[in-house]
Design a protein around this ligand. Sequence first.
Ligand code: PLP
Length: 438
Amino acid sequence: MDIPEREFGFNTRSLHAGAHPDPATGARALPIYQTTSYVFEDPESAAAYFNLQEYGNTYSRIMNPTVAALEERIANLDGGVGAVGFASGLAAQSAAFFTMLTPGDHVVASSALYGGSITQLKHLFRKMSIELDFVDPDEPRAWKSAIRSNTKLFFAETIGNPGGNVLDIEAVAAVAHAEGIPLMVDNTFATPYLCRPIEWGADIVVYSATKFIGGHGTTIGGLGVDSGDFDWSNGRFPVVSEPSPAYHGLKFHETFGFYGYLMKLRTETLRDLGAAMSPFNAFLLAQGIETLPLRMDRHVHNANIIANYLNDHPVVQRVSYPGLDASPYKELTTKYLPKGPGAVFCFDIPGGRDAGLKFIDSLSLFSHLANVGDAKSLVIHPATTTHRQLNDEELTGAGINAGTIRVSIGIEDAEDLIWDLDNALNVISSTSASTSAS
Ligand code: PLP
């Protein structure tokens, strides 16, 4: 009897997509293929692999079966045609950028990005002679008016780090596509469980897998997912469609069709930048992704409780969680993030930098460190750490001031997190009371 086809649900795919019991040993867990290289069947196959006439493992800087399982899983969860793994989120971004950009090109990016991304764009791009404009991500008209004849890319985060702005993906994608420009979205804070940007028109999705995808704070990694929908032969991207001098004249778009960009990302850019994901890291990230839906539900549940608690607290001045009823992003959250807008957000306390640092010092359960998306709750003072390289105008654009605290809400008992926050807020209110009395 023929078994009918079935489209598996997200939970099932988080566990199974891209991986099968090992045919050689029967091992049920994903094997770690800790090898640099692969013995070729014969000289002809070796040549065919290097010519990209056949697809086969050559060298682990470019491909590895453990990394491939993770790549296939994320592509499946995101609805892309494929994915490439990298050593970090910033490596994934660099590679995704430099597969499509050449000196003299122009990029329009959201001003509300992770500080490291802003620094990467501003300084690395300048070194590569790439022009850049930051725009208010909430204004589709700002994106439109920033377009120039040499504009090659729009770049934004689904949920901005740390301001919590929610991108109107469909509207920004429409502006980009009307001019033949791709939209790249950093979906790190949402993960494919909360939002799948490709379904709303994004062309490329990048991740810092270091965060919720891994979920345990053990592993740095990055992923780039291609929708396969963008037309790289529209005249703006000779670097993808014309013969590549870095690959003996191969025309990636013509040869591989909707896989063209992805093939170039892997076989040319990853090959040359060299920032490959290690098989062991891919294994750890794949362990994490198995429980992504369960963890994200719990993260969102707790974040909602904590955001409302902070919002009602007399000492707290502003809470940026987009899930709050009063958030200006509530409508966009309902549209793009119906299961909830993640678990990373900011709030402001009075007393500026000193109060911010004192607050952090008074916490005991939250860990003070530079990461987000861990199962454990985390806290940081962005103005002096993650966003330290930004000037005042850029800090304002990113929704940060001297008294801003960023939290990443974990999966502990919410009451315990409130106990911790309450203690630290009491320290702040007693300090400000004694300062105003003196
Ligand atoms: N994108 C976002 C939203 C981030 O928060 C980070 C790091 O904090 C990155 C990208 C960079 O990721 P990685 O540290 O894995 O390079």
